[in-house]
Design a protein around this ligand. Structure first.
Ligand code: RAM
Length: 903
């Protein structure tokens, strides 16, 4: 089990490749392309070290299938350049890298291809045969009271297939997916550690299948494959509309699986889902993502997925055909349990009823130990993020999500309960009906989310800022559950597009989110309307709204941000048609270039406080931004004419923006913080207005006693823009502020995640508007990127891609006496640590091989700057560029550097 922390790098004395990936995944078992991208990272402590050349060789069964030859390139990825790879096959890839001194270092890893050709699938969709089931009640109108709502979903079902293997097993893989959620067993053991498979995609167009290695679980003789099948996003509750909440994609869960066994003699056995599988209900009585789960241990089926089991009373599964047209190989990291949190406090309320505190708001569930229960004892677990003032669970903000689990005991000394197909957003759990005395040792919180590799770390001298960062990280963890959701607790949990684009830069500093968002962009592309609009939520569901300013612009911002962060231009190639159609859609409806028409729901600067940013200002700023990024994308992928056309469009929108919204004194219409922030961040102001706009922005903050008014759209820009224009202390004031509204206010009141709204809870009013009051919403946490970028000082130059041209510019200030950060760029790890002590500023920096960095050493005396105790001018590998703006600026290449200067 990981605990989701940044792992150590190899600490070899010379250039070393590590973290080898295929299609950006670590040793994937079922990639979906025959021309995968291979990539790696590099580490070296040697100054100026870089990869001078590399060579990749691919092997299949000890036979070489491709040799890239030595390529004198610095890039750390390569596309397979040999003959297309074969379906259902294991490959070894060997990498050699040569450093500047000619020394070669090797590394190798494996990957496997998935099922490329439709005819290779023998599996058929199977389901419970409801037609012949006397107990099945067709779904009814869902307006019934909460407690009975669960009646509309069918019980999860258990599937099994027993089969003989006549020969020893050399290799065995299962390719599986579901309309619904599934978990596989083989010979009595769980297969893999993935949760909530197959994950959520727009099932109408894309359904991911997963691949598992079951070689160690199978044997000669009788074997059994088993599966538990639940509803999930396919047919369970998603979102808020109680009339249409369930059955979004289908009414019944269905299973699809294919086991491919290769024997030592070269023969192959295939066992696939069909009517030879049998099924029945079991202890899992009910399972739903929003509502919760019910498990009756009295109904346990024994060794139901083991050989030798008597399954005579199981019924044949219904075969419902083999339409596999939506299948795609899973391309992103699966959801996993990534951390166990022991309960920190158990508060008895009534006899048998307790409130348990995990000390941290998470998305996940509880593992409960039950001791000494009687057969038939029923324990209820309700989940909530907050407590009422009387110490009871606050659940009003969950709206129609029950978030309630039930466990019925079979009796006995010790039993364990943990749900399988649900996830709750909670910090507190009320446990009712518990026999005997509940202790903290009986309750464990299990955090689960998409297991995106951790990419960053940040820490500083200020406890409040560290708590803020922790809240931001937990916001990411709680909401990156297969898709980027707005919240994990209430009846919503949708992939709101603005939330995603606003938070992406922060998310990318903390985890490698390329495959996570790459997958999501697949759903975004298929959801684009014929006219070119992008729905508010991706995967597209529930809300009929599309084309909303700042929301739909995720179509351009997300691909561009991924490209800049990871340097994979394939993202832009794939996204380009969507980007262009989106910009054209807005343009056609707004020929005068002020985006007033077709603004759909228009949420403005959502959840800002005290002011209302002009909606046309916000929309038009985003229109300009999308046009700009579309032009930039066109340039990268070689569409020069389009680049010129969209570049011109961007210029014209910029001019229209100034004409329409900016007065002679540089005031942006509405005179709100967000108005100025957007204009400045998106470069919409001509030079003569730039400083004026900064002045107005600062004046507004001062007028309000250095207090923010920004909502989702503005908040990400606040600190970065203030710092960029020289108002570092003002940015820190906002960061440290703990008056309402501020991040610190929520922390002062015990927040362990980022709240949806500044007034989620206030001293004056208690809980905020109950209709929409999530305590785990990452959007306002988009300040995280500033902590990494400006406080730790890890950023890249404006025209840099994949952090090849680093800008190391820590901006000390506020209460901070030190800060440190680390970040895994696509090439390797960059890290910084600065400290101010006794009037001396020190800055330790590690630059990964192949990258260069412009290092800004803040100092009151440029002459005082030393690197490794030498004057900068004399130091090898350090080139002094300028001394400006109370900083000495140097250029360095890879390696470790240690700067000191008079503070
Ligand atoms: C809320 C969501 C989301 C936001 C939209 C406009 O329902 O929680 O965060 O993007 O509204």
């Amino acid at each position: 089990m990981t605990t989701w922390v940044l792992t150590d790098q190899p600490s070899a004395p010379a250039l070393t490749p590590y973290d080898l990936r295929c299609e950006h995944l670590v040793a994937p078992l079922g990639i979906g392309t025959d021309r995968p991208r291979l990539s790696w990272r590099l580490a070296s402590p040697v100054r100026g070290d870089r990869q001078d050349a590399f060579r990749v060789r691919l092997q299949r069964d000890d036979v070489q299938v491709w040799d890239s030859g030595w390529r004198t390139e610095e890039q750390t990825y390569v596309d397979h350049g040999g003959a297309p790879l074969t379906s259902l096959t294991d490959y070894v890839w060997r990498l050699e890298v040569r450093d500047a001194a000619g020394k070669v270092c090797e590394a190798s890893t494996t990957f496997a291809t998935g099922i490329f050709h439709p005819e290779e699938w023998q599996a058929r969709w199977i389901e419970h045969d409801y037609d012949t089931d006397p107990y099945f009640e067709p779904p009814v109108d869902r307006k019934e009271p909460r407690s009975e709502r669960s009646a509309t979903l069918a019980a999860p079902r258990y599937y099994r297939r027993s089969f003989e293997l006549a020969k020893p097993v050399a290799r065995a893989r299962v390719y599986a997916t579901a309309h619904g959620l599934y978990q596989l067993n083989a010979n009595g053991q769980r297969v893999g550690m993935d949760e909530l498979t197959p994950g959520w995609t727009d099932y109408r167009y894309r359904l991911a299948y997963q691949t598992y290695d079951v070689g160690d679980l199978l044997r000669e003789g009788e074997n059994v494959l088993g599966a538990v099948l639940g509803e999930g996003w396919w047919s369970g509750y998603v979102g808020w509309d109680t009339r249409s909440q369930a059955h979004h994609y289908g009414k019944k869960p269905q299973l699809l699986a294919q086991l491919v066994v290769d024997h030592a003699d070269g023969s192959r056995t295939v066992i696939a889902t069909d009517s030879r599988w049998v099924e029945r209900t079991g202890p899992l009585r009910f399972a739903d993502l929003l509502m919760g789960e019910s498990y009756d241990a009295r109904l346990e089926l024994g060794d139901w997925s083991s050989p030798g089991y008597d399954a005579t009373d199981w019924a044949p599964a219904g075969d419902v055909g083999a339409d596999l047209s939506t299948l795609v190989a899973a391309s992103a990291e699966p959801v996993r349990v990534t951390e166990d949190l022991p309960a920190v406090k158990v508060e008895p309320r009534d006899p048998g009823r307790y409130i348990v505190d995990l000390g941290q708001n998470i998305a996940g569930r509880v593992r409960l130990r039950v001791r000494g229960a009687q057969n038939g004892d029923r324990i209820r677990l309700r989940h909530g993020e907050m407590l009422e003032s009387d110490g009871e669970l606050y659940t009003a903000n969950l709206r129609t999500a029950d978030a309630t689990d039930y466990f019925v005991s079979a009796g006995g000394a010790e039993e364990y309960f943990e749900p399988m197909f649900t996830v709750h957003g909670f910090r507190y759990v009320e446990i009712d009906g518990y026999p005997g005395e509940l202790t903290t040792a009986d309750v464990t919180g299990r955090a689960l989310h998409s297991n995106t590799p951790v990419a960053g770390r940040f820490e500083c001298s200020d406890a409040g800022v560290n708590q803020l960062l922790s809240n931001i990280r937990w916001g990411q963890r709680g909401n990156f559950v297969s898709v980027p959701t707005d919240c994990p607790q209430r009846d919503e949990r949708l992939g709101w597009t603005a939330d995603a684009q606003i938070f992406l830069p922060t998310a990318a500093y903390q985890a490698d989110v390329l495959t996570f968002f790459g997958n999501w962009l697949g759903d975004l592309a298929v959801a684009q309307t014929d006219e070119g609009a992008i729905p508010d939520v991706i995967p597209h569901l529930i809300t009929g709204r599309h084309g909303t300013p700042a929301w739909a612009d995720a179509a351009t911002i997300v691909p561009w941000t991924l490209y800049r962060t990871y340097g994979d231009e394939r993202v832009l190639r794939q996204a380009w048609p969507t980007m262009r159609r989106w910009v054209d859609y807005v343009h056609q409806a707004n020929p005068d270039l002020i985006w007033r028409n077709r603004t759909s729901g228009h949420y403005g600067d959502w959840l800002q406080v005290g002011v209302r940013t002009d909606r046309d200002v916000l929309a038009t700023a985003y229109f300009a931004r999308s046009a700009e990024l579309t032009a930039a994308a066109a340039r990268v992928i070689g569409l020069d004419d389009e680049a010129t056309a969209y570049g011109e469009l961007r210029e014209r929108i910029g001019a229209a923006f100034v004409r329409e919204f900016v007065d002679a004194e540089g005031k942006v219409r509405g005179d709100t913080q967000t108005g100025y922030l957007l204009a400045l961040a998106f470069g919409l102001l001509p030079d003569e207005f730039e400083q004026a706009a900064v002045k107005h922005l600062v004046a507004d903050l001062e007028r309000r006693g250095r207090s923010l008014t920004t909502g989702f759209a503005g908040v990400a820009l606040l600190c970065p823009i203030l710092a960029k224009y020289g108002h570092v202390e003002l940015a820190y004031d906002l960061l440290h502020d703990d008056r309402y509204p501020s991040w610190g206010y929520s922390i002062r009141h015990g927040a362990t995640t980022i709240w949806e709204r500044w007034d989620g809870w206030t001293e004056e009013n208690g809980f905020g508007p109950v209709a929409m009051n999530s305590f785990n919403h990452y959007s306002l946490g988009s300040v995280g990127a500033w902590l990494y970028g400006d406080v730790a000082g890890i950023d890249q130059a404006e025209d840099s891609v994949a952090f090849r041209e680093l800008v190391i510019r820590p901006r000390p200030g506020g209460r901070l006496t030190w800060a440190e950060g680390a970040y895994d760029t696509p090439t390797g790890r960059v890290s910084t640590r600065w400290e101010i002590a006794d009037g001396t500023f020190t800055l330790d920096v590690v630059i990964p091989p192949g990258a260069t960095a412009t290092v800004h050493v803040p100092t009151s005396d440029a002459e005082s700057v030393r690197e490794s105790r030498q004057s900068v001018a004399e130091q090898d590998g350090v080139e002094q560029l300028e001394s400006a703006d109370r900083a000495l600026v140097c250029r360095v290449s890879s390696g470790r550097y240690s700067f000191t200067a008079q503070a």
